[in-house]
Design a protein around this ligand. Structure first.
Ligand SMILES: [Zn+2]
Ligand SMILES: [Zn+2]
Length: 345
């Protein structure tokens, strides 16, 4: 079903994806679209900042095919400029965030069991429904979150995906105070996870080829930073793999202590996980667990923890119309911290 049946009098600027393509071809188009109108229980949000994410690369390049044509973006911060009928949670002018979870059925065993992230009818923002690479977006009031005051719009944006998913990754890793945690890849999500992990009293080891990322990791409290094949001074209780490549998986399993758990934080890998020696890498009760989406609870709990610690993400800002270039830099690993698009007024 095309999503572009938008109605309303005024127009907005948006970066629109019409077809799957390598990101190097700069497939997002700068277009005018009708400003959406909020339906029942929906809010109209004037977007001020929207984070960019590896998931967008997966969508653009077809590893996670979106509902085309689509406005990407699921780390949205803005202010409410219109209310649909029956909205009770928010008022005009409230600052809100919108994350990857755009909706879920609310009735199935997963929704009822607190894992709405696994709902069959799960819809992703900027994938199944229009997202935040635009001046305006609409969402159900039940899937928007108040943003704690201490964050600027740009700082809050990456918290909504990188941060909220990182929070879920850390929960699923089962790590406890005093244990050691390995982070493979050190982009937006990892640089938030390290701050939560050290706050919780864990020792953090960071694996990345990028020297600049290693320096940032040490600055943020890593007790060790090296390359993905490097051996750590001790074996790790848990590891989280943020990299888009399959080769990381055997490296991470090798770094784990017996009974250790590897959490895979990405939705798709760019290349397959290589064949692995079971006795060497998996035996001894090692576990691999993947993470799928997030729940509203993750987003809400994480936002309040982030304000408490506090976690202030390092951001690199781009203008909305520079989204293609920003995504290419993201793919090349050249963004320090988290990339955020700023909307024109
Ligand atoms: Zn994301
Ligand atoms: Zn459901």
């Amino acid at each position: 079903m095309p999503l572009l049946e938008l109605t309303g009098g005024s127009e907005m600027k948006a970066m629109l994806l019409k077809e799957i393509s390598p990101v190097e071809r700069q497939p997002l188009q700068w277009v005018d679209l009708p400003t959406p109108t909020p339906g029942p229980k929906e809010i109209l949000v004037k977007v001020s900042a929207c984070g960019i994410c590896h998931t967008e690369l997966d969508e653009i390049e077809g590893r996670l095919p979106p509902n085309l044509p689509i406005i990407l973006g699921h780390e949205i911060v803005g202010r409410i400029e219109g209310l649909g009928s029956g909205v009770t949670t928010f008022a005009q002018g409230d600052r809100v965030g919108i994350a990857w979870i755009n909706s879920a059925c609310g009735k199935c065993q997963f929704c009822q069991g607190g894992v709405e992230n696994l709902c069959k009818e799960f819809k992703g923002t900027g994938c199944d429904a229009h997202g935040g690479y635009a001046q305006y977006t609409v969402v159900s009031e039940d899937f928007a979150y108040p943003i704690p005051q201490r964050f600027s719009d740009s700082e809050a944006a990456p918290l909504l995906c990188a941060g909220a998913i990182g929070y879920r990754d850390l929960q699923l890793s089962g790590i406890k105070k005093g244990q050691s945690l390995g982070l493979f890849g050190f982009g937006a999500s990892a640089h938030i996870v390290i701050q939560m992990a050290t706050y919780l009293g864990c020792e953090v080891f960071v694996f990345t080829r990028n020297e600049e990322h290693r320096n940032l990791a040490r600055k943020l409290g890593a007790s060790w930073a090296g390359g993905p094949e490097d051996e750590t001074p001790e074996k790790l209780h848990c590891a989280i793999d943020f990299t888009p490549v399959g080769e990381t998986v055997p490296h991470a399993l090798r770094a784990l202590e017996k009974g250790g758990r590897l959490v895979m934080a990405v939705i798709r890998k760019r290349n397959p996980i290589p064949p692995m020696d079971y006795a060497q890498l998996l035996w001894d009760e090692k576990e691999i667990k993947s993470v799928a989406n997030i729940t509203r609870k993750d987003a809400l709990e994480f936002l309040s923890l982030a304000a408490e610690i506090p976690i202030i993400p390092e951001v690199q800002e781009f203008r909305l119309e520079e989204a293609n270039q920003a995504l290419i830099l993201l793919k090349q690993g050249k963004i320090k911290g988290a990339g955020v698009l700023r909307m024109p007024d």
